[in-house]
Design a protein around this ligand. Sequence first.
Ligand SMILES: [Fe+2]
Length: 271
Amino acid sequence: MSPDLWPARLHHLRRDSPQPERLAHFYGELLGDRVEALPDGSWLVAGRHRRLVVGKGAAGAVPYFALEMQDAAHLTAFRKGILKSEDFTSSLFVDGAYALTDPDGRRVVFGLSKEYNSSDGMPARLQHFVCATQRLPQMVEFYCGLGMAESDRVLEGEALSAVFLRSDPEHHSFAAFRAPESRPDHHCYETNGWLDIRDWADRMAKLRIPLWWGPGRHGPGNNLFFMIEDPDGHKVEFSAELELMPKGMPHRTWPHEQRTLNLWGSAWMRS
Ligand SMILES: [Fe+2]
């Protein structure tokens, strides 16, 4: 039986760069969020329902992403149901956080949020993280083994080319695409509606950051979206109207074609 992850939400992730201060200030300007130095030399970019840790490391890397559990009882009970967790210290989580390492070598962290002061910035809650992987079947087995529920899968013939997994009623908090190399793919901010997408796109115009893909509507998740690139080429998505799925709802299947990833037009195909 799977451990009971439900409900858990993406709380923060770490993006690495050879020039972390520069990248932190890019995100601070992008989102209108405060940027502060953390004691371990990394940087925190924090705003309205969103937090990003920027550390020194390989360009484009996401060494971990962190899920927030419901309460202390949930955090403790979940740890008993999984194997090989290790203690994890985070400036953003209270003591008691822990982590597992997935088949691609990325850590997934579980914890409880410290109190923090969110500002009154534009609405965009950090909502999902997506990776590309050479080991999609192993990744699906690993994350489903943690209790994530499969919402949608994409098939090319018999072969799995993408899978979308949820840890609460939101369609996915994590997804993985089959690709020739394992790497981070994008992270996403969920807004309150289509007019927020307009406002964020207008903000991109003001900042002279061109939209990289979209606006469009994804098949899996049915959400409206656009993406931009950060200075390392990592993609950042703004989304609205992400589908909600109850806990026991079975997954659906989509064909491996452009229309699946963008009902409105052309798509970014990872394989
Ligand atoms: Fe996404």
